[in-house]
Every structure is written in C-alpha cells, then in structure tokens.
Design a protein around this ligand. Sequence first.
Ligand code: FES
Ligand SMILES: [Fe+2]
Length: 432
Amino acid sequence: MQPLNQLVEADRVHRSVYTDPAIFDREMTDIWEKIWVYCGHESQVKKTGDFHTVQIGRQPMIMVRGSDGRVRVLYNRCPHRGVQLCGSRQGNTGSTFVCSYHAWTFHLDGRVKGIPLPHGYDGTRLTQDNPDCSMKAAARVDSYRGFVFASLSADGPTLLEFLGDARIAFDDMCDRSPEGEVEIVPLCHRVVQQSNWKFFMENQLDALHPSVTHQSTGIAAGRVERKLQQAGETPPLYYHYLSTFASSFDQWDSVQTVNFPRGHGILKGYMGLRPDDVDTQEYVAGMYRAYGEKRAEEFLGRSIHHVLVYPYLSVQSPLQQLRVLRPIAPNKTLSEIWHFRLKGVSQAIYRRALWYYNLVNSPATLINADDLENWTKGQLGLESNGGDWVSFHRQFGRDTIEEGVSYSNCGTSEVVMRNQFKAWAQYLGSQP
Ligand code: FES
Ligand SMILES: [Fe+2]
C-alpha cells in the first residue's frame, strides 16, 4: 500500500482507494470499528427481548432491548466456542439468549445466566463470574432522537460531537411530526451494490449526474406531468419527484451543497413538497397546533434534500428515508434503505413519502437501477489499468470555506468528494 498522502491529493485520488483490499481492511479497523455507527431505531426493538442484528465494520452485533428497558448493542458471539447467538435478522429472544450449540444462556444485557452441566468445569479456570463467560458489549451506545448508534472504541468523540451539524438529519426528520417523533417501518429494501462504498457516498450529493443518469425517467415523468397540466388537472406529486431529476444544469448549479468537517454534508432542497391540497393543509394545521406557526414554518421550511453522515449514512429527512451502508468488500457494499412514519400525521402524508421511497429505491424503479449501473461500471473501470487517477477538479478553488465548512457556489462542484476524502485521509492518519 502506498503512503496515504500519495493516494489522496486535494483535487484527485488514486484509484486504489476504491479497489485495494489492504486499504479496505484499514477502513474497517480505523474507521468503521472506531466511529459511531448507526445500528437502528429504538422502535425496531420496542419490547423486552426484541433484537435486531447489525454489522459494524466486520463485527456481527445484536441490538437488543433489555428487561430494564435499555437498548444495548452486544457482539453476536457465544463466549463458549464462538457460535453466533442470533441466527436471524430480527425477532424476540424472550428473557434470555440461548446458544444453539451447547445451550449456554445469557441475560439480555449479555451477562451469563447458565452453563449446563457445570461440574464439568470444576477445578478449571472457567468460572461463571469470569467476565469471559459473558457476551461482550459494544464499548459505547448512545441514541439521538430515537436513532441508536454504537462505537466499538471506548475513546473518541461523543455521538453528538461525531454527528456535528449533520445531526440536523434527525432533527429535520422528527420535527416534521407534530409529536416530534418517528417510528420505523419495519421492512427495508436491501441492495448489494457491486461497487466500493465511496461511489454511493459521492453520488448522494452529486448534482452533476441526475439529469444525465436519470434523464430517461425524468423526461418521461415531465411529459406526463405537462400533459395533465395542459388538460387542466393537477398532476400527482409523485410525477414531480421524478421529473425534477431531469432539471437543467443551471437549476442543479443553483442547488448548493454544504460540506462539514468529518465528511458530512447537506444537499439543499430542490423539490416542492408542499402542494396546496386538503391533506397538506390538514397536516400543516396540525403542525401549527403543535408548535405554533413560527416554529412550525421553521421546521417545514428547512431547505434540505439529503444529509450525509459520512461515511455510511444518507438521510432524506423531508421524506423520512434513511439509507445506511454496510461495506462487505472493496467491490461490494450492502445498502439498507429504511423508511419512517411521522407520528401523529394522516395516512395520506405517510403514503406520499412512501411513493418517493418506492419510486426511487424499489427493484421496479429505474432510478436506483441507473445509479447502480454507473457504480458497477465505475468499479470495473477503476479496477482496470486504463488510468490511475479519479478527478475531483470541478470548481476546485472556487468554493467558499468558512470555519471548516465548505459551501459550494455551484451545486455541481466536486467539493463534496474533496471534503469526503479530506475526512477519509484524516481517519486513516494522514493529512493530504
Ligand atoms: S458455543 Fe455456545 S454454548 Fe457452546
Ligand atoms: Fe442518482
């Protein structure tokens, strides 16, 4: 592996950061297995014994609700001979984890409860009060507005320090509920991307690609939208969701990105999400009742499309959607795409967001498929000997930087990627 400062320059990076297994291993140990990683939402584990398995870096973990009501994150590993305790993705384990191999049992906080045929250990150094007999817990667990994170490192920034200004993702999502809370929809789209995780993170705030990559969908939706308008009808909002993908480059340049320390960032809003219909009027009235007009308008008027929590989360807060990456290999990344319900709003408002969720992410849509094809082809291109460098020169030197935050002056600036790689190099211990 070359020294990192030879891999990441201010305006370009070496292709091996997307392809080299040694670099991927470093990312797992020095980034994923240290930072705060999103595990899930508290509403995924409502009852005592509810669990959900989750991958943090290369570590299989269990998020579980204890009998004391606390949510914990434990390694999914039996202390006896290492077998995973939860074989399914989610469920309820009752009051105890039971190992399927030799039936050791554990409390929901990970403490060993029972070892069968205990006399077989008499006189050995294995005693039940030995901490090695209990399940190991993540070093730190914390949550923000119901979103649960764990860090496998005892040291490092607090969750709020890690999130920094990107915490707006969760505020924006929850503040849009008159009750200030969301609840997870317990099914997600799972997509294995045949590409390095960085393609996804770069793409989320890449305003240069939608009108190229998503042109066919955007133009077709715009055509129907116009036809309905010409016929005097109001096109359903979901046509607008798709037609905006084919906005002009001038329009995309007017949508700014804000790029924070640690690689986080925001793509500002570009879609109108407040149609003048009865459902929206009723929803806005409910928000006014809950918060007063001024605060409600502040919440509803935030200009946000995506918020990125680098290096693994893309939160589309105005539409209650969250995508989380679980890297598998340099050229393979699992993405989980979750959806949330605003508490205290009508079914119509929920369905409106659900339309977006499915129109953009379901296996039946071309939006995600077109992105996935780019990333697969991108990975194949970077694995070739056709060139060594990946270019992030667009608008280089023309962004506004204030107190560590880079503001694009053109929405299509590649400042997003430059900012992400700055954070990446810092995580891996070298300033470019
Ligand atoms: S491996 Fe779990 S009880 Fe033996
Ligand atoms: Fe896209």
